[in-house]
Design a protein around this ligand. Structure first.
Ligand code: 1CP
Length: 355
């Protein structure tokens, strides 16, 4: 049976994001937003209040399912992204992770060899069962025309939290590790590559249609470290996942790496590259799109602003990238202060636009 929809030009794929990830151009691009389930939604805050703490929220399938579906129900997004966090990986490896109210994540920072040796991937799959249960639950309830996205942090981005013990601006401590202890850092990368690959395969087995690898802090790395800590580890994850899941579709988001995007696109083998806000869409963005599908890159602050400013930004992005394989998204996660009507305005504009 051929499923067709008015928004798709000759596509047999009912899930628009998958059609684009395989290289198709749609008349009107699909849309989802990074961090679309979150505090800007009153219904999220309600579910959040039912959980003991943030990790308990992630590991309670009924709550995670509800949070995952909320933005799809409210805005009609083309994808649901699993409600979870990149820090379930250190937690599953046995490092202590807590989310403190108003402070964000706090981990018992890795101090050296001894702490590294304590990390244990044997129980990873068992520990993450609630995450896979949530994906299965979402799969059962999600409209079959919508894409279900699984995700993980990239090794470097996860490692910054493991080494620093919390979020930081410049990730100096993690970079210092890489310069001063390259062997130790390589061991941490190996461990994370294995753990993240296993987790992505687990998510694909549980019903995710596609997965995204968030390398949110890749932009602070100079070339030599970018290769060693971001591009090569990501390439290895892509290879590992495809060994078990040859058709796996993967989005890579190496935030703020600037003119090194083409290298990342070429060398990692991801199907779609996620563009951050600072990337020039009319220049580099279009170059990248000649090679493969791209996703992005509305400034989350423009979404916060709304009105004419938002309209102008959205039009510029659609005009630059909408006539090739393109998934509309933000250039980084949605902010918790974002007014809901602005998200509605955004989705309406994208739906109304034609290539
Ligand atoms: O109590 C709360 O509600 C805390 C806010 C929150 C939320 C909603 C955190 C804590 N994590 C999440 C969910 C989350 N995190 C998702 C869910 C799916 C979605 O709707 O998109 C995803 C994909 C993430 C990914 C994530 N977590 C990233 C990568 C993406 C990015 O924004 O760069 C990172 C860096 C994290 C770490 C993290 N978790 C939470 C916070 C506040 C942070 C950032 C800490 C920092 O500032 O460094």
């Amino acid at each position: 049976m051929t499923i067709s929809s008015p928004d798709q030009v000759g596509s047999k794929e009912a899930k628009k994001i998958l059609a684009v990830a395989r290289g198709e151009t749609l008349a009107s691009p699909p849309v989802w937003l990074m961090r679309q389930a979150g505090r800007y939604l009153p219904e999220y805050r309600e579910v959040r209040a039912k959980a003991k703490d943030f990790l308990d929220f992630c590991y309670t399938p009924e709550l995670a399912i509800e949070a995952t579906l909320q933005p799809v129900t409210r805005f009609g997004m083309d994808a649901a992204i699993l409600f979870s966090d990149i820090l379930v990986i250190p937690d599953a490896l046995g490092q202590r992770v807590r989310f403190l109210e108003g402070e964000g994540p706090v981990l018992d920072a890795l101090q050296g060899e001894a702490d590294l040796a304590k990390l244990n991937s044997d129980r990873l799959i068992d520990h993450l069962q609630p995450v896979y249960a949530a994906l299965k639950g979402v799969r059962e309830r999600l409209d079959p025309n919508r894409t279900l996205i699984g995700f993980a942090g990239a090794p470097w981005t996860v490692a910054t939290y493991m080494i620093e013990g919390r979020g930081s601006k410049d990730h100096a401590l993690a970079r210092l590790w890489a310069y001063e202890h390259p062997v130790r850092m390589a061991r941490l990368m190996d461990l994370l590559i294995e753990a993240i690959s296993t987790h992505l395969i687990g998510q694909l087995d549980a019903g995710a249609d596609i997965v995204q690898i968030f390398d949110s802090w890749a932009g602070v790395l100079p070339d030599s470290l970018l290769w060693f800590l971001s591009i090569e580890p990501t390439a290895r994850i892509v290879t590992r996942v495809r060994e078990q899941k040859p058709d796996a579709l993967i989005i890579g988001f190496p935030r703020a790496i600037g003119d090194r995007y083409p290298l990342y696109q070429r060398e990692t083998g991801v199907d779609v590259v996620g563009l951050d806000t600072s990337l020039s869409i009319s220049g580099l963005g279009r170059e990248l799109q000649k090679i493969g599908p791209v996703q992005g890159n509305l400034d989350p602050i423009a979404l916060l602003a709304g009105g004419d400013a938002l309209k102008r930004e959205v039009e510029t992005i659609l005009e630059a990238l909408g006539r090739g394989p393109f998934i509309f998204n933000l250039g980084h996660g949605i902010l918790k202060e974002t007014p809901i009507p602005h998200v509605e305005q955004l989705v309406e504009m994208i739906r109304a636009w034609r290539a």
